[in-house]
Design a protein around this ligand. Structure first.
Ligand code: ATP
Ligand code: MG
Length: 433
């Protein structure tokens, strides 16, 4: 008889089990409270968009659109795509909702899953999560620096160590065409040593070769002409100010003259944040570097999507890559604060009083733990100890009949009996000390 095969999960996709949920929650809650401090508001856009949004916005000759996009045809004949990145969807929403009329710049954050048909490997999945920021409606260099600072602060608040920002400027429509010509000439004469993808990239967009993850291409890239030597005055001044602002706020950065982003819409500043732990060590095999976060300025995107031009800068953190670094750096944090009070009980009547008492404590915003299903006092005390409760309230059969409770100070082991109707007052008094 044929063996029944179990349905497997899709390659490159992951279940997030309960043990890992706390990492996701930690990353998102730290990031959320930080960006709200900096004046960002949340936006959710649909996971499905017209595929054309990405071919127009991200760029039809990018890897994301050419190779990595999940597209589907609906019954009605529309060609849709699972979002491979946030920015075009948010730019579309900006235009749809007339956000030009809102106070500028509009600062938006989003988080959620993205889909890219990549070759699955460490740190590279087909469904992954980003925490994404956009500042739309302002061209000032100070915002580039502030955005990088915010990403750096999120990673630092997550207690990640050895972080470094790599930064570059890729110019704009004035200076980039000339630089592209220089690059094309440089790569053309070395085409034989490039990978097949890069030989195509030289024809379509030579900047893309700089971003190739193949070792042989990276070797050629290391000697390639650098954008910063060919910036126009405006881009040069902009880049200089971004770096001055970064110096002022003491974010550690390093110029990477060959850093580009894989997406078409970037102008001027581009950056990626890495952890130095992951860097190649002497004698080790070549491994492409794994970026934790990335972004840049994209002053051209809104116009590309049919809107008026507007300065914009944005970026995203790769949540799974952050989590894997939190694990390898053994980052610890206090997950849930210890309960202030544990209610231990013996017998049905005590359970009834315990349930009531728990509600009173909840309303008084005092953290309580219990184990009402257990009958053994020994087990309950053990649990109170394990949870690190400050006090245990013991409702035994005798106490319930007498209308009293025993308060045990878990540190000193000292016990006192108080009236049940006075217990809240007594606990509050002790917690204040
Ligand atoms: P890479 O160069 O590593 O392919 P990217 O340039 O495609 O990254 P972005 O589109 O800028 O990445 O996304 C921002 C961040 O999202 C990256 O720095 C990374 O942390 C994360 N990221 C990108 N692709 C993946 C993926 N396939 N799986 C997990 N995380 C990813
Ligand atoms: Mg990529």
């Amino acid at each position: 008889m044929a063996k029944k095969t179990r349905i497997q999960r899709v390659t490159g996709m992951h279940d997030v089990l309960p043990d890992d949920q706390k990492y996701f929650e930690r990353v998102c809650s730290i990031a959320k409270s930080l960006v709200e401090f900096y004046g960002f508001s949340k936006i959710d856009t649909p996971i499905l968009e017209e595929a054309e949004l990405y071919s127009k916005g991200t760029g039809s000759n990018t890897d994301i659109v050419q190779k990595q996009m999940y597209t589907l045809k609906t019954k009605g004949g529309d060609v849709l795509a699972l979002r491979p990145e946030f920015t075009p969807g948010i730019a579309r929403a900006f235009l749809d909702h007339g956000m030009y009329t809102w106070p500028q710049p509009v600062k938006l954050y989003s988080s959620g899953p993205l889909f890219r048909y990549e070759s699955p490997q460490a740190g590279r999945y087909r469904q992954f999560n980003q925490f994404n920021l956009e500042i739309i409606g302002d061209s000032s260099a100070v915002l580039d620096a502030q955005l990088i600072q915010i990403f750096y602060n999120i990673l630092s608040e997550l207690k990640l160590k050895n972080l470094i920002v790599e930064i570059n400027s890729i110019g704009d429509h004035q200076c980039r065409p000339y630089y592209k010509k220089l690059l094309t000439n440089y790569f053309r004469s070395r085409a034989a040593s490039l990978c097949a993808d890069c030989r195509r990239r030289v024809r379509e967009n030579p900047l893309r070769v700089l971003d190739c993850k193949e070792e042989k291409c990276q070797r050629i890239v290391s000697q390639a002409p650098q954008t910063i030597d060919h910036l126009c005055d405006e881009c040069h001044t902009h880049f200089k100010s971004v770096l001055e602002f970064l110096d002022e706020i003491e974010v550690p950065y390093r110029l990477n003259p060959h850093l580009v982003r894989g997406l078409d819409y970037y102008t001027k500043t581009v950056f990626e944040i890495f952890c130095e732990d992951n860097q190649k060590k002497e004698g080790e095999e070549f491994q492409p570097k794994i970026a934790l976060a990335a972004g840049g300025r994209y002053d051209g995107l809104l116009k590309l999507l049919g809107g008026e031009g507007a300065g914009a800068v944005g970026g995203a953190i790769g949540v799974e890559r952050i989590i894997s670094l939190m694990k390898s750096q053994e980052v610890k944090w206090q997950e849930n604060p210890n309960p202030q009070v544990f209610i231990a009980q013996l017998g049905n009547l005590a359970k009834r009083k315990g349930l009531r008492l728990m509600e009173e404590f909840r309303r008084a915003k005092i953290l309580v733990a219990e184990s009402f299903g257990k009958d053994s006092l020994k087990v309950q005390f053990k649990m109170a100890d394990k949870l690190g409760a400050g006090y245990t309230l013991l409702l035994g059969q005798k106490e319930v009949l007498e209308g009293t409770v025993i308060i045990r100070d878990m540190k000193s082991g000292k016990q006192d009996t108080v009236k049940l109707n006075k217990v809240m007052e007594e606990v509050k008094k002790r917690l204040k000390k």
